[in-house]
Design a protein. Structure first.
Length: 339
């Protein structure tokens, strides 16, 4: 992991980074924050050297410069670290916004008190203090304006960070979803499978894998075209999404016309039962002509089910499920086998 500082040290670095950010033109966002955090932490000598050279030349550190420095000198951090840093940044900025708001309120109260005092003194024999009191009032007003400006800037930074994190979450989600079916793509499946294998099941529960394959799919493409083939794949994806409701279960498009279901910490019989539900719902699906609505054909799938065993890796688990799937194919298709 790139960022290994303990919580107390990272909090100190966060504040140092924010102090740097406040002195330059670049916006308050994760890119700029990463730049100043690594500089403050002293963990990126090349970045610090490039940054100090620009500062010596009085080059403004604006958004474009910050982005270029990060791209050239910062190796992408691991996702967990970036999530931790982003969360901590948002927390600290929230604290600063609150402090700025309190400072503005206190300045406003203090200004009101000074105004009252000034009026009282000017009405008495201490009128000679008027100019000094006016200076204090002017300074208080400037302090309040500065606090309000800081608060607005921090709030704008918070809003930008929230939006960027939302966009990051959406991009991360899109990166692991198959756009045609709405279930996990192969990348998402691989990641989910590795996470499943990394943690043994709870007592009395099992991890299971179901592999599914659309029967005679090549014939669909050859007879009706690839557009119709995509409709069939979309239909199976819809069946999977409607059939899998438990959070510990996940469906994926493994590749082409092949799908997979991962079941974490489930009852031993859950995988076979779920696979058969998907098989029956797929068989009940009617592929109709778009214009006449006549039924053109029905779709069947074959399935193979296996359970994780101690010592299994991804290849061995997938291999057993695939073997069970092809046992279903050899036995006449439109069935689920266990292996």
């Amino acid at each position: 992991m790139r960022y290994t500082e303990p919580k107390e040290r990272s909090a100190e670095l966060l504040r140092l980074a924010l102090a740097h950010m406040g002195r330059h033109e670049a916006a308050f966002n994760p890119v700029t924050f990463t730049l100043w955090y690594e500089h403050a932490a002293g963990i990126n000598a090349r970045l610090s050297a490039a940054l100090e050279a620009l500062l010596a030349q009085r080059t403004p550190i604006d958004n474009a410069v910050a982005l270029r420095l990060v791209r050239e000198h910062v190796t992408p951090a691991d996702e967990a670290a970036m999530q931790r840093i982003g969360t901590e940044l948002q927390r600290v900025m929230g604290g600063i916004a609150h402090s700025a708001s309190q400072a503005g309120d206190r300045a406003s109260q203090f200004g009101a008190q000074l105004s009252g005092l000034s009026a009282a003194l000017l009405s008495s024999d201490a009128g000679g203090l008027g100019p000094q009191l006016q200076d204090v009032l002017t300074g208080t007003a400037e302090m309040k304006t500065s606090a309000e400006t800081l608060q607005r800037r921090v709030e704008a930074g918070q809003s930008e960070i929230t939006q960027l994190r939302s966009e990051l979450d959406r991009a991360r989600c899109e990166a692991v979803l198959d756009p045609l079916t709405g279930v996990l793509n192969r990348k998402g499946f691989d990641a989910a499978l590795q996470a499943l294998i990394a943690r043994p099941p709870e007592a009395g529960r099992v991890h299971s894998l179901v592999m599914l394959d659309i029967d005679h799919f090549k014939k669909v493409n050859d007879s009706h075209g690839h557009v119709m083939g995509d409709r069939v794949i979309q239909g199976v994806g819809a069946v999977l999404r409607s059939s899998i409701v438990a959070e510990r279960h996940a469906a994926a498009r493994y590749g082409g016309e092949e799908f997979a279901i991962l079941l974490r910490d489930s009852a031993p019989e859950d995988a076979e039962r779920l696979a058969d539900v998907v098989r029956l719902r797929t068989k009940a699906m009617k592929i109709r002509h778009r214009t006449t609505q006549d039924v053109l054909f029905t779709v069947t799938i074959s399935g193979g089910v296996t359970a994780w065993q101690p010592g299994d890796d991804a290849a061995s688990l997938i291999g057993r499920a695939d073997a069970a799937l092809y046992a279903s194919k050899r036995a006449g298709r439109d069935r689920v086998s266990c292996g």
